[in-house]
Design a binder for this molecule. Structure first.
Ligand SMILES: Cc1cc2nc3c(=O)[nH]c(=O)nc-3n(C[C@H](O)[C@H](O)[C@H](O)COP(=O)(O)OP(=O)(O)OC[C@H]3O[C@@H](n4cnc5c(N)ncnc54)[C@H](O)[C@@H]3O)c2cc1C
Length: 378
């Protein structure tokens, strides 16, 4: 059986590519995913007992600054505007997080101002020699807010999450958490923060509902390759796996999610509570705070445990270290030599991207491809 395009992976990268190729170019597209559902890591489904629309692979907070990406996705969903507010639990109490003026006031035990906070951080911060930029995740935080706040909120969390010292990790890991001297206590800065009104899975179902798209679940790439031929391949799985790990396996971090349903309406005061210094888990998520289901009588929480990655497990996070990047660069060079294959998405490019960035990457890849692809088969 022949398809114009075989898309491996039904996450954001694969679904956007399939949708564009079918709806704009009239291509016949087969999408395969080895999981038993579409939506990749953004998959959500109601908990059987509580009815809470759980994000199976960790909370997915959609946000973007790009009107192009928002408008593209808005063809397939309405939105539920929301703000992601999280807390940290340490020293026996909740703290506003990311660090902001409210956090600072709680720390010093009295009311303060943005000016006082900025002046104090200026005294606490540890300047880098010769004003050079931070070289790792410890430096990026200590050079902004000093050691005490770093140790309270960042050090333990990062160690648990990556099983590495923050100084071994790229500055981008901790550097993407904002530090604010005002009272803005939102988790992220983006101008658009909202969830698909009917959930992510429904959004994906609508994207993939085009008559020229066929979706086969529980189907691995190798299996599909043996069954069908294609003119072009879009691959969104792990790049080392595509090349049979021939240069050695890329390192990843994994996670274990432990859900618990409780016969009470709420468990915690915010959608997410971080545990930088207590317990083996890094965070507890009570997604009901943002799914528009406040009326449900029960709740479901999910504890998130960092885990080592072993082949066959889920490669959630590429490791943000220099050695891992160097190995990826060698795979990337091989990928560039492949003809009629596009490597798109988080695993295929071995980089942590947010959902909106992956949508943007796929839209750009489609634009590059559209002029090159042959006319679809009849
Ligand atoms: C715990 C966690 C929390 C996150 N939270 C956020 C957040 O709050 N906000 C945000 O913007 N982003 C978040 N992200 C990032 C988000 O998940 C990614 O940006 C997005 O999923 C990337 O889409 P993708 O299509 O590249 O990859 P994926 O969603 O991983 O999809 C890839 C798909 O390919 C399939 N596949 C792989 N190999 C094969 C194969 N050989 N054969 C068949 N199928 C295959 C996989 O089963 C998977 O379904 C989070 C990620 C994680 C891990």
């Amino acid at each position: 059986m022949h398809f114009d395009c075989l898309v491996v992976g039904a996450g954001f990268a694969g679904a956007v590519m399939a949708e564009r190729l079918a709806s704009q170019l009239g291509q016949r597209v087969l999408v395969v995913d080895r999981r038993d559902h579409v939506a990749g890591n953004a998959f959500d489904a109601p908990d059987r007992r509580s009815g809470v629309l759980l994000h199976r692979y960790g909370p997915h907070y959609f946000r973007t600054n790009s009107p192009r990406i928002r408008e593209y996705l808005s063809q397939f969903t309405e939105w539920r505007p929301t703000e992601y507010k999280i807390l940290a639990w340490t020293d026996g109490r909740f703290w506003p997080f990311p660090v902001n003026l409210n956090t600072f006031e709680q720390l010093i035990g009295r009311a303060s101002t943005s000016e006082e906070m900025a002046d104090t951080l200026e005294k606490w911060r540890v300047a880098l020699p010769d004003g050079r930029p931070p070289a790792n995740s410890e430096e990026v935080i200590v050079s902004q807010i000093g050691r005490a706040l770093y140790e309270k909120f960042f050090e333990g969390y990062t160690r648990k999450q990556w099983r590495r010292e923050p100084r071994e990790l790229d500055p981008s890991v901790c550097g993407r958490i904002p530090i604010r001297t005002n009272r803005d206590d939102r988790y992220v800065n983006d101008s658009f923060q909202a969830l698909p009104r009917d959930g992510y899975t429904r959004l994906f179902e609508r994207m993939l509902a085009h008559p020229l798209i066929e979706v086969r679940l529980k189907t691995d790439y190798r299996e599909a390759r043996a069954q069908v031929s294609c003119t072009h391949l879009v691959y969104t799985g792990p790049i080392d796996e595509y090349f049979d790990h021939s240069l050695g396996p890329l390192p990843y971090r994994s996670l274990r999610f432990e859900p618990e349903t409780l016969e009470q309406p709420w468990f915690q005061p915010a959608v997410q509570v971080n545990y930088p210094n207590d317990h083996e888990f890094t965070r507890i998520v009570e997604i009901k705070h943002i799914t528009g289901q406040a009326d449900l009588p029960m709740t479901t929480i999910v504890r998130e445990y960092p885990a080592d990655y072993a082949p066959g497990g889920e490669p959630y996070y590429p490791l943000p270290t220099a050695e891992a990047r160097a190995l990826y660069a060698r795979y990337e060079a091989r990928a560039a030599a492949e003809t009629n294959v596009s490597f798109v998405g988080r695993q295929a490019t071995y980089r942590y991207y947010n959902m909106d960035q992956v949508v943007g990457m796929a839209l750009t890849e489609y634009e590059k491809l559209r002029t090159k692809l042959p006319t679809p088969t009849a």
